[in-house]
Ligand binder design. Structure first.
Ligand SMILES: [Zn+2]
Length: 319
């Protein structure tokens, strides 16, 4: 009862302070600003008990998986500080809720576009590899054909020269007839082989052009994916809260609105648990208590521990 009264006074004082500081409001969600100050009475002395509040199955996360993520967030703080700060207990005071709303829907949509993008990129890459392989083959065959054509021209020229020579002298002598007939047949064979190589080369060129067309199509598809991704994520806004910590006379709650991966969920939970312990936002972008909650794994930074030490009133070294 007394605590409720105290909380109310803090709420009024902070509502006034928050109304004056408009810039702060852009960064800190309103509820968080005053609830963080109305702290649990004995931070760090006994573990804060948390439990599952609302669990929305649309996140595609089972209740057990949700609890496992909370335990990971708990361990992140406890392993870094060497303190028993949090504990999962059925009916525990801090209720953690998975709240499905447009934020998570947007994340799902972005994830779908991401998958399509990756698939398209993969196809493009495969096409490009084929294109390169075919192009290399084409260059080799082209060079071989050029040599064949040169050889054919030389051979034809010397054959024609010899025929011209003999026709100025009354015709080919009988001793040379068989050799020249054989040479002529050889030239015909060369000509046929060259023509076949030319046909093969133009087939290869058609294949290369097909790949180029596919690549252009895939590139346009990729661009469309990127445009859609930007539309969806632009509508979501640059900075948004993935979770909110609330403490009021009716109880203490953590709402998690959205997360892209399990790793991100653990990070959001670790951030909100930090508030539950009594930590403020920190200016260090690597801190778990950084307001925008960026980054991947739930790694407790040195600045987080300094903040924890302030709240606990004790020295804490990063383990
Ligand atoms: Zn926060």
């Amino acid at each position: 009862m007394q605590r409720g009264f105290f909380t109310l006074i803090v709420l009024i004082a902070l509502a006034a302070a928050a109304a004056a500081g408009v810039a702060r409001l852009a960064v800190f969600p309103f509820a968080e600003v005053f609830e963080r100050v109305a702290l649990a009475p004995r931070p760090c002395e006994e573990p804060i008990a948390y439990s599952v509040g609302a669990h929305d199955a649309r996140f595609g996360l089972s209740r057990d998986e949700f609890i496992a993520a909370m335990r990971k967030a708990e361990r992140a703080w406890e392993e870094a500080s060497g303190r028993d700060l949090l504990a999962y207990r059925q009916g525990g005071e801090v209720k953690v809720n998975l709240v499905y709303d447009s934020r998570q829907e947007t994340t799902e949509r972005l994830r779908t576009i991401d998958r399509a993008l990756i698939e398209t990129e993969r196809n493009y890459e495969r096409m490009r590899e084929e294109y390169e392989r075919l192009s290399n083959e084409y260059m080799d065959e082209r060079a071989a054909l050029d040599r064949m054509v040169e050889g054919l021209i030389d051979r034809t020229r010397s054959y024609d020269g010899e025929i011209a020579y003999w026709s100025g002298r009354g015709g080919v002598p009988s001793g040379a007839t068989a050799r020249l007939a054989k040479e002529r047949a050889g030239i015909e064979e060369d000509r046929a082989r060259t023509a076949a190589a030319e046909r093969s080369l133009s087939r290869k060129l058609a294949l290369i052009n097909e790949r180029v067309e596919s690549m252009n199509g895939l590139a346009a598809e990729l661009e469309a994916h990127v445009v859609r991704w930007n539309d969806v994520s632009g509508a979501r806004g640059e900075v948004f809260e993935e979770g909110v910590y609330r403490r009021d006379p009716s109880g203490v709650e953590i709402d998690v609105y959205q997360f892209e991966t399990e790793e991100k969920l653990v990070r959001v939970l670790a951030h909100e648990f930090g508030h539950a312990i009594g930590l403020e936002h920190l200016p260090d972008p690597r801190a778990i208590m950084y307001h925008a909650n960026q980054g991947g794994a739930a790694v407790i930074a040195e600045s987080d521990l300094e903040e924890l030490a302030r709240v606990c009133g004790a020295e804490l070294a990063l383990r």
